[in-house]
Ligand binder design. Structure first.
Ligand code: HEM
Length: 89
């Protein structure tokens, strides 16, 4: 099922394998972002991004109150969407 956006649609299981410093994806608002190359540039540090990988990082991202320029960066990091039917309710 196409979920919108221009990227691929990943299952939660596929997404959650990208959970380390060499290959790190974040799930924010149902969208998948590849932050591997961004890890060392993140003003909040790489550790918080690694901790937020492999699961839904929406609350972690929103709780910080990221700026509009931080939100704009998301477009460049976007790789696809999550198949919502694979997320446990
Ligand atoms: C792709 C996702 C993310 C992007 C593009 C991003 C980008 C940024 C940027 C640009 C800043 C500088 C302040 C600002 O402009 O708001 C920042 C700060 C920060 N970020 Fe993120 N961030 C991301 C995800 C996260 C996540 C998931 C967490 C928490 C688990 C997090 C925690 C923080 C913290 C704690 C700071 C404050 C650092 C400080 O001021 O000392 N970020 N982030």
């Amino acid at each position: 099922m196409k979920m919108g956006g221009e990227g691929k649609v990943y299952t939660l299981a596929e997404f959650s394998q990208h959970n380390n410093a060499k290959d790190c994806w974040l799930l924010i608002g149902g969208k998948v972002y590849n932050v591997t190359k961004f890890l060392e540039d993140h003003p909040g540090g790489d550790e918080v991004l690694l901790s937020a990988s492999g699961k839904d990082a929406t609350d972690d991202f929103e709780d910080v109150g990221h700026s509009s320029s931080a939100r704009a960066m998301l477009h460049e990091l976007y790789v696809g969407d999550i198949d919502a039917s694979t997320i446990p309710t």
